[in-house]
Write a protein that binds this ligand. Structure first.
Ligand code: VGL
Ligand code: ZN
Length: 211
């Protein structure tokens, strides 16, 4: 496997949601989420092109259990666009929990894409909102920049990284996920994510394959 993938103008590193609320001490912590921040920062130095995403919800967002009286976090409900897991309030626009983890240090990232900013709809994938139809604009950006391969890192492997990887593949990009630069919310979820990746042809990398 090439050690030089990041130095290609065809490759972009996509860093998904490495934010305080998804790390231990945050409101929706992913176990070990903080561990990926220094690793991704080092990995990013090997890439000329980096895009970061930021989960970015209004305070009364439809994905928050607190927006649905009587509902509790991790219950599921039907919203007009489909089933939605209800989450604890997290990554509220402008609040400290929405900040990137302080150990994430990628000054050369060219784009920070915010998602989940519409009150009535969640967005796990960096490409489409959860109605699976409303584009975020990221596909247009990546295509116009001429990238062929998306290399994925970040949080959470079984939610936003998975949905982003599957959409990227469907949109025609070559896709790789860097296993040690991701953490999952739940273990069962991470097994089914890797099974899905194998089936659809998403490559599985380790940081050591790149650095
Ligand atoms: C995420 C749940 C809710 C994620 C975002 O970044 O994986 N998960 N919002
Ligand atoms: Zn969210």
């Amino acid at each position: 496997m090439s050690k030089l993938i990041g130095r290609s103008d065809a490759d972009v590193l996509l860093v998904i949601d490495v934010q305080r609320d998804f790390c231990p001490g945050g409101s929706l912590p992913v176990p070990g989420g903080d561990e990926v921040a220094p690793l991704i920062s080092r990995l990013a130095q090997a890439f000329d092109h980096v895009v970061m995403t930021q989960d970015w919800h209004p305070p009364d967002h439809a994905s928050f259990a607190s927006s649905h009286p009587g509902r509790k976090p991790f219950e599921e409900i039907d919203l007009p666009y489909g089933r939605q897991i209800l989450w604890p309030d997290h990554c509220v626009q402008g609040a400290g929990g929405a900040d990137f983890h302080p150990a994430l240090d990628i000054p050369h990232a060219a784009l920070v894409l915010r998602k989940g900013h519409r009150r009535d709809i969640d967005s796990y994938s960096a490409f489409f909102e959860n109605d699976r139809r409303t584009p975020t604009g990221l596909c247009g950006y990546l295509r116009e920049r001429g990238f062929a391969r998306v290399v994925l890192t970040g949080l959470a492997l079984d939610v936003c990284v998975r949905w982003t990887a599957e959409d990227a593949k469907r949109l025609g990009f070559s896709v790789a996920v860097v296993e040690d630069a991701c953490r999952a919310l739940g273990l069962a979820g991470s097994t089914s994510a890797w099974n899905s990746f194998r089936e659809i042809g998403v490559d599985r990398f380790a940081t050591a394959d790149i650095l």
